[in-house]
Design a protein around this ligand. Sequence first.
Ligand code: NIG
Ligand code: FE
Length: 398
Amino acid sequence: MSFDRVWTDAHLCTMQGNGLGVIEDGAVAAKDGRIAWVGKRADLPAGAAETTRCDGAWILPGLVDCHTHLVFAGDRAREFEMRLEGASYEAIAKAGGGILSTVRATREASEDALVAAALPRLDALLAEGVTTIEVKSGYGLDLETEARMLRAARRVGAARDVSLVTACLAAHAIPPEYAGRRADYARHVADAIIPAIAAEGLADAVDAFTDSAIGFTPEETAWVFDAARRAGLPVKLHADQLRDDEGAALAARYGALSADHIEYANADGIAAMARACTVGVLLPGAYYFIRETHLPDIAAMRAAGLRIALATDLNPGSSPALSLLLMLNLGCTLFRLTVVEALRGVTVNAAAALGLTDRGTLAPGQRCDLALYAISRPAELCYWIGRNACVGRVVAGA
Ligand code: NIG
Ligand code: FE
């Protein structure tokens, strides 16, 4: 066998099967950017050009952050102060703050400024072992700014060693020029924004925020999803974050890649998601930061066999989180996920949430995206609060 590169003296979490797929004292070999061989070091066939000894580190598939709003201008620290003085996330949004204050800042920002602001945030995630990231628009709410955000996202991805996929979230909030005309804006998203964004190849998926108070109704969301279908783009949904709007069932009906947040999703909706192979993306950073108290129904998710992912939801309003490792800890402490659930949630299931089947596990034929950690057991990745134990990161075998 001939390999380009081999990693030895490592323990592996292959994520094969239903658990962590642990191989102690293992080795991984790469050829042409793909994993060519994985197994016990003692069984490694000869044929490596370059061998990296890992000093007993643990190797996981490169982490996947499957839900971020990485590209935005400004911040919402002032709004954070207001919340500390008693205002709620929803009340601030209804008063024209919240998402709309980031929309104002983003509309004023150049593409260069958006790229410059996003890069250090991306670097923080990459330093923890992230090798694939999803980035949404949604702070433009007009064609020009949505397109600028997505172009900025593509540039940010090209500037670093990372796979970056995009989602058009034009149906994120009602822009000021459509105040009181929510349905008209939803039609505009469906009839004008999605087709134009798709024609330029700027989006890999379409997202929306279904919420009866500050987002879109299920019916309006369906118009946007129908437009995505016409454009040949998969869909995903911010669903049941602040109340049960039957978002989980809607996402399942459209065969969505994922339904995200889902704190208030009911058991029927969760079961429908599982049947539709829609991944449930939990966002404990947002749950924590807006001090939500309604827990996602993890028992129903387990009973339905739902695939669960974890992501940062990195955004200026509800989750200014620059650490996917911290989400592992929050997912376990707040939602009582097991270590296996949490770690599968940032690897194989997060890849599934993006429709990517070529990563998220260590297996022959997969992309050779690896994250190396100086830890003594996988649980440490969930256990530490604010420790980055990442000591290496490999993208496509390099
Ligand atoms: O995922 N739920 C809506 N969207 C974002 C929040 C965006 C913001 O507050 O700027 C979320 O939590
Ligand atoms: Fe989000």
